[in-house]
Design a protein around this ligand. Sequence first.
Ligand code: ZN
Length: 428
Amino acid sequence: MSQTEVSRMKPPPIPLATLIGRELRTEKVEKPFVKYGQAALAKKGEDYFLVKPDCQRIPGNQSTSYSVFAIFDGHNGISAAIFAKENLLSNVLSAIPSGISREEWLQALPRALVAGFVKTDIEFQQKGETSGTTVTFVVIDGWTVTVASVGDSRCILDTQGGVVSLLTVDHRLEENVEERERVTASGGEVGRLNVFGGSEVGPLRCWPGGLCLSRSIGDTDVGEFIVPIPHVKQVKLSNAGGRLIIASDGIWDALSSDVAAKSCRGLPAELAAKLVVKDALRSRGLKDDTTCLVVDIIPSDRPVLPPSPRKKQNVLTSLLFGKKSQNSSNKAANKLSAVGAVEELFEEGSAMLAERLGKDLSSDRNSGLFRCAVCQVDHPPGDGLSVNSGPFFSPASNPWEGPFLCANCRRKKDAMEGKRPGRPTLTT
Ligand SMILES: [Zn+2]
């Protein structure tokens, strides 16, 4: 047999392996790499962080993987920060129904984050300890990033186009008028510290308690108007990827979002985190705990020609809202054009639990039991009320409309809204 005859007998030019390879590459475009680095300098030792890069929606199924990154900046002690670090993730996950698709899981996540934060707060307060903590909690699944936060630890997003956007809201009384109004309306007082001579010093604080933050987990000794209900934002990155910088206020008191993002562009995550901490220290000195997590979400197959989701979005927007999408009052559309290729999926920051838990009935119709939307414990119907019902049971309205809250979680809801004193220790 001659050489030419052998080559003629070879299989067709596109073997199966190549086809599978193509398939895998397409999948890789769908699933980016997540690389991260962490750096910290302690002054008080009250900052904690959580890095879990290998979680799975379906245990044992690698294709359902997602990652979690979080920072907890404690105050008045470390127990709330440690408790939140150890319990928050499982409390969030327990509020997500099982056996749902990836899309459904991502849609359920914002509400589950609210339930998980409130549950963690209730559980910590039952321990009777007095510390509190900020939480910035980030879930990355493919290109979708979901951030839930209370307090003033911040998460910023630096996209390939060099656009820096804030994925959190600062819950500081000094800077947040809306939160000041909410705290006052719920029975708290907002003012500065009075020193000898009657002059006021320092940032705005709430009383009783003297906390500068308007939201946190813990803080049993502060009024219930300091709520654990997180601001939640969910975005989908283009497949060009992006960088998240999650850090405690020790960083943000020294560096603006833009400066922090620019200072470490182009560096690998580990080095970037170190540099951000170093820069913060250089500009302000070590006045507070400074913790920084840098998380890169990067396409695993290069070069990838990014499609133009912005254009696609505009087409969709024009279909939905008429031709002039740029001038439309649709907030999401306007924000989208401002952050380029990042698609905004969800954003909600209300401190009202009823607005955050949605209207779906959460009960097991077969057993006749109702599952509390916050603590996820099943109760017979007589034990609690719907989140949307009034203070008294009224047969005229439907008390079971909307998610069900057990008596304990309903007490918490009312206390947060200033409708009843949270604890006997609360004095005014
Ligand atoms: Zn409950």
